[in-house]
Design a protein. Structure first.
Length: 113
């Protein structure tokens, strides 16, 4: 086999892999949209689901709940649940808070304990 034909085979493989990656990426996007749609139909969300739904990190959710800025329920005493309609209201109406103000609220709460 000549070096040119081997080089052409590698080029063809590269093109095939690029096309497969594009297909996988489009499938990933479709799955993300389906997941978001499913979450929008649930009445209650877990921390993990809320992170996906609202586009925020789990640690930020814990900080907001700890500061009393995000309402949640703990029916089993451990796992947090959030009412989706309240989350929707919060996302649409909550004033913008900077991380420094959240940190200040958390520090004030710790000092009261």
């Amino acid at each position: 086999m000549k070096a040119e034909s081997v080089l052409q085979i590698f080029k063809d493989i590269k093109i095939i892999l690029q096309k497969q990656n594009a297909v996988l990426l489009s499938h990933k996007i479709i799955l993300q949209k389906q997941n978001a749609l499913l979450l929008s139909q649930k009445n209650f969300l877990t921390v993990e689901e809320l992170a996906v739904y609202a586009g925020i990190t789990k640690s930020w959710i814990y900080k907001l709940t700890s500061a009393g800025l995000l309402k949640c329920s703990k029916p089993t005493g451990k796992k947090l649940y959030f009412k989706r309609t309240e989350i929707d209201d919060w996302l649409l109406s909550n004033p913008s808070l900077e991380k420094t103000s959240i940190t200040e609220i958390l520090e004030k709460r710790k000092s009261k304990r």
